[in-house]
Design a protein around this ligand. Structure first.
Ligand SMILES: Nc1ncnc2c1ncn2[C@@H]1O[C@H](COP(=O)(O)OP(=O)(O)OP(=O)(O)O)[C@@H](O)[C@H]1O
Length: 245
């Protein structure tokens, strides 16, 4: 089942500039999708369109098979949740973790038992219930990213869109976050932008390669990494960190 799709999408921030050109892709349930491409190739912009934070000039965004518009946006905001790169700036330092986690429930008008949802989300990211009473400054970078993931999970989304979610963390913290994303992938589908091919290979069976706003290659990750078909992909692989074998 296609959870999210882009159909022949074109997007630019101003007239005459093209950031995404004729982009079509589909996010299939249970099939994590990795997105790679050099800096400025349009990866973050693509995630913004999938989140519904920007709309294409031409082409369509589909959410659970329905075109994304005013009537489907509310359901979409619950269906898809983001995790950003920097856990230091993405959490409001004045709020307790409980406030951070319940805020999306309020914004989305979800009539769930907030305390039960907070405990469920903390447990899903392997943090103790006591974390709810503390503030972001009391936590390490890796723990803060777990709080950001818990905030994304609180509305029970089907898709997590993650933009470089582990690149601000040290190596051992990275490994434990990759384990967490792998566990979460049992319940939801991940769309992951990363420069780190080891992270992509560990989590995403499918891969999209972008160059200057276009998708130049797409298919099974292992196949593309082993035998890239496009000259750009070969150059990109040569320039990125080596993949451990
Ligand atoms: N708000 C904006 N206004 C104008 N141009 C923008 C804006 N945001 C991004 N761009 C431009 O759009 C292009 C794609 O940017 P985007 O951030 O999507 O690339 P990216 O592949 O995610 O890059 P990186 O890997 O460096 O994060 C770039 O040329 C960038 O300068």
């Amino acid at each position: 089942m296609s959870l999210l799709a882009l159909e022949q999408v074109h997007f630019g921030f101003s007239r005459g500039t093209k950031v995404l050109r004729d982009v079509s892709l589909s996010v299939t349930q249970g099939q994590n999708l990795g997105i790679v491409g050099e800096s400025g190739s349009g990866k973050s912009t693509l995630l913004r369109l999938l989140l519904g934070l920007a709309a294409p000039q031409t082409g369509r965004v589909l959410s659970a098979g329905q075109p994304l518009d005013r009537s489907t946006m509310q359901a979409h905001r619950r269906f898809v949740q983001p995790v950003f790169q920097d856990p230091y700036t993405s959490l409001d330092p004045r709020m307790t973790v409980r406030q951070i986690l319940t805020e999306p429930l309020r914004a989305l008008g979800l009539a769930a038992d907030p305390e039960a949802e907070v405990l469920r989300a903390l447990s899903a990211v392997r943090l103790l219930p006591e974390a709810a009473d503390r503030r972001p400054r009391d936590f390490s970078g890796g723990q803060r990213q777990r709080i950001a993931i818990a905030r994304a999970l609180i509305a029970r989304p089907k898709v997590l869109l993650a933009d470089e979610p582990v690149s601000a963390l040290d190596l051992s913290t990275r490994a434990s976050l990759i384990d967490l994303f792998a566990a979460l992938s049992q319940q939801l589908t991940l769309v992951l932008v990363s420069h780190d091919l080891a992270v992509i290979a560990a989590l995403c069976p499918s891969l999209v390669v972008m160059e200057q706003g276009r998708i130049v290659e797409t298919g099974p990750t292992r196949q593309i990494l082993d035998a890239p078909a496009h000259a750009y992909t070969r150059r990109l692989l040569a320039s990125l960190p080596r993949l451990p074998r």
